[in-house]
Write a protein that binds this ligand. Sequence first.
Ligand code: ARG
Length: 464
Amino acid sequence: MPIKKMWGGRFEKGASELVDEFGASISFDQEMAKEDIMGSLAHVKMLKATKILPAADADQIIKGLEELAAELADHGLHFTVANEDIHMNIEALLTEKIGPVAGKLHTGRSRNDQVATDFHLYIKERLPKVVAAIKKLQQALVQLASENVETIMPGYTHMQHAQPISYGHYLMAYFQMFQRDVERFQFNQQHTDLSPLGAAALAGTTFPIDRQMTADLLGFKAPYANSLDAVSDRDFALEFLSNASILMVHLSRLCEEIIYWCSYEFGYIELADAYSTGSSIMPQKKNPDMAELIRGKSGRVFASLMGLLTTMKGLPLAYNKDMQEDKEGVFDTVKTILPSLTVMTGMIKTLKVNKAKMAQATHHDFSNATELADYLATKGIPFRRAHEIVGELVLKGLKTGQDLADIPLAEFKKIDPRVEDDVYEVLKPTVAVQRRNSAGGTGFAQVREQIKAAQQLLAKDNLQ
Ligand code: ARG
């Protein structure tokens, strides 16, 4: 016999077990049990203050909810599919505890504003944790950058050696990306820090509720201005998933380079044993599994974003049961991005930089060709012509094995008599990097500036 539902008054027959299972969300929305109790506590305190409920009834409900909160924190609560979702499960447990007076809790409220409130509280509490985890990673990047301002490596475009750069500069590029992630998640909070409570089912309520009071009690900046919007808005979750997706793009790009760079062919870095794994068959292997896993996990985060976008697209106002599908992707994303950030931070903190290997890769690779073209241009040769001349020298060098720096001065003088001995200085990779001193460039002075600004930014947060 199916159990009589809390909303079962207008139904003659119970739903089948399969339908009960299918419609239930308790298997996942129990993740918001704490938030649900908090929301109910704020609601009943408001019902008491506005005298919508007699104080004695409200006090019983408050006491019951507080006990449930304590039990939840202590050993967890027992939920059932029969009670469908977290909201009705909590109410059922409250009823078991204090009797039918529990039924007064739902006065002037609907599960529609209740679920939206829980979900806002859930994301609101996690956003600062995400931001803090990104900042820890930024801190690790800045530290490694500060140790590698003068570490020279090839800079790539099209995965081809382009111009030599500072490894510190490279790391600071990721710092900047993660800074934008921080800002996006912080902005996300503006749209999360709003209280839907009191919107009721969709249209507000005839009870003289105080929405400002519940918003204040729950620590929300303000109540939603429009009740229809309050119950049907999931932008805050979409923003979260979108921000998380961009974050995962950044992490995944960094992972990709880590994976390449610790390969035999590159050998630029070595991951700590703690962040590597071996092979069950090949004894020599040291695999960058953690980087691969973070790169791989980007897929599920993007999937959650696509899932919710698709769920929300075309939904008429206000609440539709489709929206029950909003939670799992968000929960999973929280559980994906936080450890991904922590693992990445550990990986960055413990990796070993093979400075010699990096520097070596900038020799005999013609990545100083731009230096020579720029040098000739400063002597008065139009840059287009200088580019052509150097292109021909590179072509010749590739055939003969002669580096640009190995070309005798007499040969250079044949190109242009204004070429002097100082050309050899300019052709050194370190000098090439050092001289790229335009604002935001890879010149050492510029990289130091970036690092200083980043350290000042992070110092404001007082991270340990
Ligand atoms: N479990 C539901 C959800 O997650 C709660 C809201 C249900 N509201 C309704 N009118 N059926 O969306």
